[in-house]
Design a protein around this ligand. Sequence first.
Ligand code: HEC
Ligand code: HEC
Length: 317
Amino acid sequence: MSDFVSDFWHWYIAILSIVGIVGCGVLLKMQSTKRLEKGEKAQLHGHVWDEDLTEYNNPLPRWWAWSFYITIIFSLIYLAFYPGLGNFAGRLGWTSANEYQQEIAQANAEYGPLFDKYMKVDIITLAKDPQANAMGQRLFLNYCAQCHGSDAGGAKGFPNLRDRDWLYGGDPASIETTILDGRNGVMPTLVAAIGGETGVMELTHYVRSLSGLKHDATQAAAGKTKFAVCTGCHGADAKGMTAMGAPNLTDAVWLYGSSEETIAETIRHGRNNMMPAQKERLGEAKVHLLAAYVYSLGGGTPPVEKPVVAVAPAAGK
Ligand code: HEC
Ligand code: HEC
């Protein structure tokens, strides 16, 4: 409520509200007709609708009138305790932001120690813990399923996380890095470098030949020589490169599809795909649980040994 730039709107709203509420009470009082004395007959209003519809000037039932008065009293009490009158914060000082913060603080106090405990457990061990996986699954359904599917089976353009085919690697550290920092898979359009539309079709047939799909042998052979421009990312053996996020083109797993049309479309226009980073949004503890959950789905691969980096001794020692 402190967003008003001047006091004018505060008073404008506060006065309008009070005038409105008091006005309701005054109107109610003015319109209340007296109870009829015994034997007295109610008068007609004198209004006529639809040719012959008339109305008696009967008083509002008492309980009805009182429920209006109670509403008016309630609104005044409400506005004294809760925010509603312009800038006036209400005597209780309640705000929805505070309430939200309190709920978050309560949830953190409740689940924080559990997350901390799991944070210290390595992903492979955690992936075998049913309670951790149940939490991971709930997080997955909330934050990941809209893209990867509720069973993590993926969809066109959204990778399947259950299989052993990984764009960026299925070892624990790679999965966790993918979720924390996000990924951006870029396949450039290379039409010019491969001789235009002819090259696109030749390479399409070559790519299809790699996984044993129906293809034209002559075109595939021509495509094979042009594949040189692709090896920088997909590798000389076309088995993909996790450092580039370039998929293996020799297996039966497709991110976009194996039809001639789809493969040609990828080669012709390139692709630009995005896995959103979750570090800021979910925090490391939740990502850790999610990584373990994804790992547990069956596609996880053993940890990669980090190469030992030889540190040169500092000069003079
Ligand atoms: C807005 C859609 C979207 C959401 C939400 C999303 N992802 Fe992704 N994710 C993608 C896309 C697209 C890719 C592939 C990126 C690429 O091709 O470079 C991907 C890739 C991945 C990969 C790498 C797969 C591989 O083969 O290497 C993992 C693991 C992953 N996501 C896990 C998650 C988890 C866990 C969540 C929930 C926190 C999540 N994703 C939420 C779209 C999404
Ligand atoms: C700069 C690296 C790079 C180069 C060069 C490159 N690609 Fe790709 N390619 C990728 C990436 C990354 C993806 C995955 C895109 C995504 O995540 O959406 C991809 C995806 C594909 C796909 C889709 C596979 C699927 O599973 O649906 C095909 C087909 C493909 N590339 C063929 C080629 C061919 C043929 C060439 C050479 C003309 C080539 N690529 C050159 C990086 C590259």
